[in-house]
Design a protein around this ligand. Structure first.
Ligand SMILES: NC(=O)c1ccc[n+]([C@@H]2O[C@H](COP(=O)([O-])OP(=O)(O)OC[C@H]3O[C@@H](n4cnc5c(N)ncnc54)[C@H](O)[C@@H]3O)[C@@H](O)[C@H]2O)c1
Length: 269
């Protein structure tokens, strides 16, 4: 019960990684505000926590909108009276934005702007309105991605916004470290959320497996375990860091993955 007597606010808590993190923090004693742009899924997450005997309140907010964020933080404080953990997890992954984040020469600038508004400005707005209510021992955790660390032929807006979040993590850690407030980020590769399971073809899953060093893909609960650790006092000496959680996907030379995919033996030099 690392969060007994503590209160946490998780954005994008209506599904996937955010829901798993909200459930995990609540299971360890936190009173949770489960926030999402989708009111129904936010309410579902809060109901799941309460059903398990935890304490939760749902909040509806588009994290890219300052009025929404102000109201969301007010809801969290009214419900639980304090704020110890802020998990900036929301990102826009919808077909009309993430799905159109393709070749830069044809990109609709609104796709770029909306991605940055939610994925990066959203975290800034949440920090802006939450940190004034946080005391020494509080922690911010940001969900970034390995897309922040490597290039690809699509999702440049997403990757650049997530890279901004890596830098933002260091700035928040630096700005509020003297007040005893920590800030870290988690950077997953593929996480098998329900949405990811639906979207992945068997061929794509095989490609992802070839990229990894470990046999198993990460589940949302694996990310939740890392987020809970970083948010807890056990991580009291860790701040400004981005922890990659990717089964080793970014830990090796590219040719290793190429050989894996082609089932080629390792060449001796
Ligand atoms: N699943 C993966 O493979 C993976 C890999 C790397 C990073 N991530 C990151 O993990 C986080 C969670 O992703 P997920 O896979 O669980 O996706 P998801 O789509 O299941 O969850 C994202 C949640 O954010 C909410 N959301 C979207 N726009 C919002 C907004 N403007 N304001 C508030 N909430 C909003 C959605 O309604 C949804 O509930 C994201 O930051 C994503 O970039 C996911």
């Amino acid at each position: 019960m690392r969060f007994a007597g503590r209160a946490a606010l998780v954005t994008g808590a209506g599904s996937g990684i955010g829901r798993a993190c909200a459930l995990r923090l609540a299971a360890e004693g936190a009173a949770v505000t489960a926030a999402d742009v989708d009111p129904d899924t936010a309410a579902e997450t809060a109901a799941l926590i309460v059903k398990d005997g935890g304490t939760a309140r749902a909040a509806t907010a588009d994290v890219g909108d300052e009025d929404d964020v102000r109201a969301m933080v007010a809801t969290a404080l009214a419900a639980h009276g304090r704020l110890d953990v802020l998990h900036n997890n929301a990102a826009v992954l919808s077909p009309d934005v993430y799905g159109r984040d393709l070749d830069l020469t044809e990109m609709d600038v609104e796709v770029w702007d909306r991605t940055f508004a939610v994925d990066l400005r959203g975290a800034m707005l949440c920090v802006k309105h939450a940190v004034p209510h946080m005391e020494a021992g509080a922690a911010v955790v940001n969900t970034t991605s390995v897309s922040a660390l490597v290039g690809d032929t699509d999702h440049a807006a997403y990757g650049a916004a997530k890279a901004g979040l890596v830098s933002f993590t260091r700035y928040v850690a630096t700005m509020y470290g003297a007040r005893g407030i920590r800030c870290n980020a988690v950077a997953p590769a593929l996480v098998l959320t329900e949405a990811a399971r639906r979207a992945m073809t068997p061929a794509r899953l095989a490609e992802k497996a070839a990229e990894r060093l470990l046999p198993d893909a990460c589940e949302p609960e694996d990310v939740a375990a890392l987020v809970a650790f970083l948010a807890s006092a056990e991580a009291r000496c860790i701040t400004g860091q981005t922890i990659v959680i990717d089964g080793g996907t970014t830990a090796h030379r590219p040719e290793h993955a190429i050989r894996q995919a082609a089932a080629l033996p390792r060449l001796t030099r």
